[in-house]
Ligand binder design. Structure first.
Ligand code: RIB
Length: 309
């Protein structure tokens, strides 16, 4: 089966410098070579889903600059359907990214054209209604996120919201979400709980808001909970990470594919496969360029979990 996924989200050009360590406020550090890499949480998740085997369409906006042309070409090269990609007058979205020696990063996003995304076309709505999964993030204006979620609900399409960057969310949007994918920081913000709240408490609090919760835990793997009472915890593959940028996007894109493909098979394996995708992404530098193909995800999945019952 080919899974159909529509992403409504952001697309950025990532301006990346590696440094031995991330600077403190007011501090200058000398970094390494400067690189430009296609990114943006929406585009990354679209490419991740396409590389994981889905037929994927992207609804978003690039600017009328050279970056916009590069970003459009990158999505096309990945096999993503870009008929829903607008070109807005003005600059494309840009992300300033610093990556340290421990593979952690700091990201500042200038939304550019992403901020102009307003209102879905009839073609966007038809694509969302015909898809298996609508994938959403929070780097485009909230009204269009909510409109897309409402359209998916009308069409019986599963809504997966990756609530990144972290933001408190209105009830009318949460009511349209089938699965929420968040890291611990994002989970605490959405749930209105203090930082460092424990994993189980975060999952329980979020299940009061949405029916299914996936908590990404970085090198500790992922936790899962749903309103049927199922709770899962899966470890992450042990790898040498070089850059965790877009690892969460690789996880979310792959999870959307695995979730539909699993049929009656194990939800736990779908989570493991998503963890393998995130880990495979972290093994290579950059965002879009590091997102793994299905064969690489399969290989790491089997290597990491072969002794798992
Ligand atoms: O999730 C990683 C992405 O966040 C980067 O590609 C950057 O563009 C920001 O959107």
């Amino acid at each position: 089966m080919t899974v159909g996924i529509v992403v409504v989200g952001s697309v950025n050009l990532d301006l990346v410098v590696a440094t031995p360590r991330l600077p403190s406020p007011g501090e200058t550090v000398l970094g390494g070579e400067f690189r430009t890499v296609p990114g943006g949480k929406g585009a990354n998740q679209a490419v991740a889903a396409a590389r994981a085997g889905a037929a994927c369409a992207f609804v978003g906006a690039v600017g009328s600059d050279d970056f916009g042309r590069m970003l459009r070409d990158n999505l096309v090269a990945a096999g993503v359907d870009v008929r829903g990609l607008r070109t807005a007058d003005g600059p494309s979205g840009v992300a300033l990214i610093t990556v340290d020696a421990a593979a952690e990063n700091c990201i500042v996003v200038s939304p550019g054209a992403n901020a102009t995304l307003a209102g879905l076309t009839a073609a966007d709505r038809a694509a969302i209604g015909a898809a298996d999964v609508l994938l959403l993030q929070l780097e485009v204006p909230l009204p269009v996120v909510a409109e897309a979620a409402g359209c998916a609900r009308d069409g019986g399409t599963t809504v997966v919201l990756n609530a990144a960057p972290a933001a408190p969310l209105p009830r009318h949007l949460l009511d349209l979400v089938d699965m929420l994918v968040v890291n611990e920081h994002e989970a605490a913000v959405v749930a209105g709980l203090p930082a460092h709240t424990g994993t189980a408490a975060l999952v329980d609090a979020l299940l009061a808001l949405v029916p299914t919760v996936v908590l990404t835990l970085g090198t500790r793997g992922a936790a899962y909970g749903d309103r049927c009472g199922l709770r899962l915890r899966v470890p992450a593959p042990v790898i040498d990470a070089v850059d965790t940028t877009a690892a969460g996007d690789a996880f979310t894109g792959a999870l959307a594919v695995a979730w539909v493909e699993r049929g009656t098979a194990s939800s736990e394996d779908a989570l493991r496969w998503a963890c393998a995708a995130g880990a495979a992404c972290a093994q290579r530098p950059g965002a879009s360029v590091a997102l793994p193909e299905r064969a690489r995800i399969d290989a790491l999945f089997h290597e990491a979990y072969r002794n798992t019952a």
